[in-house]
Every structure is written in C-alpha cells, then in structure tokens.
Design a protein around this ligand. Structure first.
Ligand code: DQA
Length: 157
C-alpha cells in the first residue's frame, strides 16, 4: 500500500528537454519555465495538505530509477515523459511495477492534434489519468487528481 499524502510527497517527473521550458518552442509549450511549473505544483499540492518532489532528467534510465524510488517512498506520480512517452517501454514497465500507486500523465500540448508519432503514448497504458493540451495548468490538474486518488487509497486503510 503506498504512503498517504500526509506522509509522503507526490513525485513529479519531467522528461527530456523540459529543462528548456519557456525557451523551447514557446508557440507550442508557452513561456512559463520549469521553475514556474514547480511553483504551480507546490501550490496545488499544498491545497490538499501535500508536498511535491519535483525532478527533471534528459536520461531515460534516471527516470526509471526515480520511478522505482517513488514506488516505495511517494504518495503518487505525476509524469510528463516528454518524447519518451512515445518510445519508452522501460518507463512503462517501471510504472507498471508500482502496484496501487496513483499515476497521472501530463502533456502540455495536445499531442493528439500534433504529428502522428505523438498520438501514441506507452505510458498511458499504466496511467490512471491523462491530461493533454491544457498548457502548464495541466500539472495542477494532475496534482489534484493524484491527491484525490492518494486520499482515496489512504481512506481505505
Ligand atoms: C510533451 C509532448 C511530447 O510529444 C514532446 O516530445 C515533449 C513534450 C508535452 O508536454 O506536450 O517533449 O510531452
């Protein structure tokens, strides 16, 4: 059983190139930076009495290691796997090893309105919810959903 929101942070994971948020294709991803997104997530979690552990990596294996860490030590996962959404069975497998852990996938852009290769996400197969096309606000929605799911899990115990 995963720890509750009162006992553990929500792991928020960001994949490759999201360190460039605000500079990278602002016509698609907007002008907010990843630091702005972190501040948004901190506020969203605090509204539910929770905290966040906010990370970004350009490396698939590091994201896998962090998911394995979250499996034991976090109340849930919000993940924007970025380009790895469309390629990574390793990230899907790591998430699939997190039995009972709330997982919500976020995409800043509407991946379904973009190139064909972005329409499929391996991660969606394990995600409890998927948010796309809501800009960086999608992270706040995802935190809210993970908090609700983590609360529901805690209420059963
Ligand atoms: C993204 C969409 C992906 O297709 C892309 O590779 C990204 C960001 C998004 O947030 O919209 O890097 O996950």
């Amino acid at each position: 059983m995963p720890p509750s929101l009162a006992d553990a942070p929500i792991m928020i994971l960001n994949g490759p190139n999201l360190n460039l948020l605000g500079q990278r294709q602002p016509e698609i991803y907007g002008s907010d930076t990843l630091a702005d997104v972190e501040a948004l997530c901190v506020r969203a979690a605090a509204a539910h009495g929770g905290t966040v552990d906010f990370r970004q990596s350009n490396h698939e294996g590091e994201l896998v290691d962090w998911i394995q860490e979250a499996r034991l030590h976090h109340a849930g996962i919000v993940i924007n796997p970025a380009a790895y959404s469309h390629t990574s069975v390793a990230i899907l497998d790591a998430l699939s090893a997190c039995d009972g852990l709330p997982v919500v996938e976020v995409h800043i852009s509407n991946i379904h309105r973009r190139e064909e290769f972005r329409h499929h996400s391996y991660v969606s197969r394990r995600a409890d919810g998927v948010i796309a096309g809501c800009g960086v606000q999608g992270y706040a929605f995802a935190v809210e959903r993970v908090a609700a799911l983590a609360g529901a899990v805690a209420a059963q115990t």
